[in-house]
Design a protein around this ligand. Structure first.
Ligand code: ADP
Length: 482
């Protein structure tokens, strides 16, 4: 029997994306279809989203959704079925979904994302005549209040209505969504919700905390991260609660969309290729180097990332000297922390270090296809998608042994090299000495071109799609409804 799932998310590729959440929310509907799971995705009506909604039809209206009228639009993004909240007073702002032009959180973010969760809960309880999901699947803090609205919405007052089970997926525990306890009434939550077993979090309201406490099941995006977040070092204040969830917490590895990320058909590349035609990859390195004035004969390191300390990229400016002294070059695509952006700007060097500050999907593809290795020295990484994209394109990832990076990259150590299974490089910690050591190891192995090509083939042969993980989500959902 087809299982109906309502996904509630703030991002959805290709409509609106600031990071991996969008990729995952955008890929899961197609990945789950072969499992006989039909996903409908609820999304805020950002200006980037509304014009791209195909065949939009009003599904219902709200007279007052946290301060203004709103319309729920039903439509499509290709084969994906969407419900979009058109509420100009909440979402009608250009640019990044969470912050204003100066980088500050929108002050009404609690209301904006409470509205998303509230509409999700209403849909779960049968808002639209003739349709009710079997399971609701909330992503990250923006959907965190959804289980709270389901839990505290007073089924007792409406006998006969039932609540579908909820799953909460944590894509990054660092973003928790908190607000003042005084907003409880504004958010439409009853006084009893403000409790340790509800939305209360260190004297305020915790969106993600509420989701973790009240969802029927909590997942995160890799098995290693699922273990790390139950420790005081990795739990960011929520480890006790996560430990208490016991077997109701599990890790399901993310995949990437193998059609979007396919070097054989990718129109962003100078030359398509696959593992059998690896030689053609060189044309992409040529094109990338030509664009940035770099020498294609050098070992080329790429970065495609948010520029933040989470990603460990504060280690890179100091390491650039080592890279360049050893005859390497670097191309960096990213945006984020102004101090880091300034540090990279200061380190730009013609012929050795090229920088593109900003977000550029096409360039990201060309870097995966043209760079020899991708630097991901993260301090923590729930799953990470860039190492998966890189491996698929034969660009060997250089990662810290944390979270999903530990779960997906096979380190080029003696044993793995002997067995011929290495797909990248793992360093033990995001600290300068380990980074420098690993970069040296990369340079040494790169000089053995035949060995390097073997590693590229291994990487390109890794299973990085959704197949296995989609089956795990489907099993989880079905297990909750019986
Ligand atoms: P995050 O923590 O940012 O979600 P992930 O590795 O999970 O990190 O996902 C990052 C996604 O965003 C990947 O698809 C990557 O290609 C993309 N990305 C990151 N920075 C940029 C950028 N500056 N330009 C284009 N794509 C980017």
């Amino acid at each position: 029997m087809t299982l109906e799932v309502l996904a509630v998310t703030s991002e959805f590729f290709p409509l609106i994306k600031t990071g991996g959440l969008a990729d995952v929310a955008g890929a899961l509907p197609a990945a789950l279809a072969p499992e006989d799971v039909q996903v409908t995705t609820l999304l805020p009506g950002y200006p980037a989203v509304l014009p791209k909604l195909e065949d939009a039809e009003p599904a219902c209206t709200f007279g007052d959704l946290f301060g203004g009228p709103a319309t729920l639009l039903a439509g499509w993004a290709g084969p994906a079925r969407l419900l979009v909240i058109d509420a100009p007073h909440l979402y009608g702002r250009p640019g990044n979904p969470y912050v204003d032009a100066t980088g500050r959180d929108w002050p009404d973010n609690p209301q904006r994302f409470a509205a998303l969760a509230r509409v999700g809960a209403d849909l779960a309880r049968g808002l639209l005549p003739g349709w009710r999901p079997d399971v609701v699947h909330g992503h990250d803090w923006q959907a965190g209040l959804l289980p709270a609205y389901l839990h505290f919405s007073g089924d007792a007052a409406e006998p006969g209505t039932t609540r579908p089970p909820s799953v909460m997926t944590i894509h990054n525990l660092a973003f928790q969504g908190q607000c003042d306890a005084g907003l409880l009434g504004t958010l439409g939550l009853p006084p009893e919700a403000y409790a340790m077993d509800g939305v209360e979090y260190y004297g305020g309201i915790g969106f993600l905390k509420a989701g973790i406490r009240l969802a029927n099941h909590v997942t995160t995006v890799s098995p290693s991260y699922a273990a790390e977040i139950t420790t005081p070092e990795g739990g960011m204040g929520l480890d006790g609660l996560l430990r208490a969830r016991g077997s109701a917490l599990s890790g399901i590895l993310n995949g990437i969309d193998l059609d979007v990320w396919n070097p054989a058909t990718d129109t962003a590349l100078a030359a398509p290729y696959d593992a059998a035609l690896l030689d053609r990859r060189a044309a992409n390195k040529q094109a990338l180097c030509a664009r940035f004035g770099l020498d294609p004969a050098r070992l080329l390191f790429g970065v495609v990332s948010r520029l933040t300390t989470q990603k460990g990229l504060d280690l890179l400016p100091a390491a650039l000297g080592t890279i360049h002294a050893a005859g390497g070059a670097t191309v960096i695509l990213g945006a984020g922390d102004p101090a880091l952006e300034a540090a990279f700007r200061a380190a730009e060097k013609p012929g050795e270090m090229a920088l593109f500050l900003g977000y550029d999907e096409q360039l990201a593809h060309l870097i995966y296809a043209g760079a020899d290795a991708l630097l991901i020295p993260s301090r923590f990484e729930p799953c990470g998608l860039t190492q998966l994209c890189a491996m698929r394109y034969g660009c060997l990832p250089v990662v810290t042994r944390v979270g999903g990076l530990a779960d997906t990259v096979i380190d080029a150590n003696e044993a793995a090299l002997t067995m011929g299974v290495a797909t990248g490089f793992q360093m033990t910690a995001a600290e300068p000495a380990a980074f420098a050591r690993t970069l040296g190891h990369v340079a040494t192995l790169w000089r053995d071109r035949a060995g390097w090509a073997r590693m590229q083939m291994n990487a390109m042969g890794m299973e990085v799609g959704w197949g296995r993980s989609a089956a795990r989500y489907a099993d989880l959902f079905r297990g909750l409804v019986v």
